[in-house]
Design a protein. Structure first.
Length: 283
């Protein structure tokens, strides 16, 4: 093999990394109001200050936090229950694991289309209820999507994140159960007691990491909030995109300032993930 081959193979990744870093730096610079192409040359914090004092931004921030926190907590709880069920029934390999992997790789846009097809007022469930005579018209079916409580978005993330939590923590929980869990059962502990006092606590590092990963992703994601969200208030990534496509191009720094704040929050979450990982490795 040519000595230059590894460097040639890694060049696409390096190029993508450079483009990503350039985009982030360019976005940060623009968020301070420096866009010479639009006759904006004064570096200022005014855009950040205006956004932080804007009711629209605060409502969008609240919406994104609500979506990410609620969906992540529910996904972790249900994902942990699914993991425990797989471990205690011995289904840690085989077809069920392949199904979990398949659920993880399904794009969020496909999940949104599934939810619209199933739970909208023109969806399969509404039609079924109408055929059964439980509702007088499909319009009487409860509005589950596009609502201010963000039920559809949260349900979509739960749909996607439960398999991720299960897959992420399955190996560790299975290993702990086969060793310390079975040892405690041999010493007289019930399976339930062994799970809550030994298996679950020792599996918490993996579960905690999974929680932070899905929390960070769902906070900064655009697709599900855009496809299933209410007209107002919009999730923060969607609101940032609206500011970005504003007809007045001199409005661009507001969008970049919103993206900058999203970046700060997600980096904070990533920092928490790093601290948890570091503490575990030091033990």
């Amino acid at each position: 093999m040519n000595k230059k081959t590894p460097y040639i193979l890694i060049m696409p990744i390096v190029l993508l990394g450079v483009l990503f870093i350039f985009g982030v730096i360019n976005g940060i610079v623009q968020s301070f109001g420096y866009i010479p192409a639009f006759d904006l040359t004064d570096i200022t914090l005014d855009y950040y200050i205006e956004i932080l004092n804007s009711p629209t931004f605060l409502d969008s921030l609240k919406t994104s936090l609500q979506i990410s926190i609620i969906s992540s907590i529910l996904a972790v709880i249900l994902g942990t229950i699914l993991t425990a069920a797989l471990v205690y029934t011995g289904h840690t390999e085989g077809k069920i694991l392949q199904i979990i992997k398949l659920a993880i790789i399904i794009p969020h846009t496909i999940v949104a289309l599934f939810l619209i097809s199933i739970l909208s007022q023109n969806g399969l469930v509404a039609r079924l209820f109408y055929k059964l005579g439980w509702i007088s018209s499909q319009g009487d079916f409860p509005l589950l999507l596009y609502t201010k409580n963000n039920f559809g978005i949260i349900l979509g993330y739960i749909w996607k994140e439960i398999p991720f939590v299960a897959y992420f923590s399955l190996a560790l929980m299975s290993s702990i159960n086969k060793t310390l869990g079975e040892a405690s059962e041999n010493l007289g502990a019930s399976k339930l007691k062994s799970f809550f006092y030994i298996t679950l606590p020792l599996s918490m590092p993996a579960i905690g990491k999974a929680f932070l990963i899905i929390l960070t992703f769902s906070f900064g994601a655009y697709d599900l909030p855009f496809l299933l969200g209410a007209t107002m208030p919009k999730a923060l990534p969607v609101q940032a995109h609206i500011e970005y496509i504003h007809p007045d191009l001199r409005h661009r720094p507001y969008a970049m300032a919103m993206n900058g704040l999203i970046l700060i929050i997600t980096w904070t979450m990533a920092g928490m993930y790093y601290l948890i990982t570091t503490k575990k490795n030091k033990r």
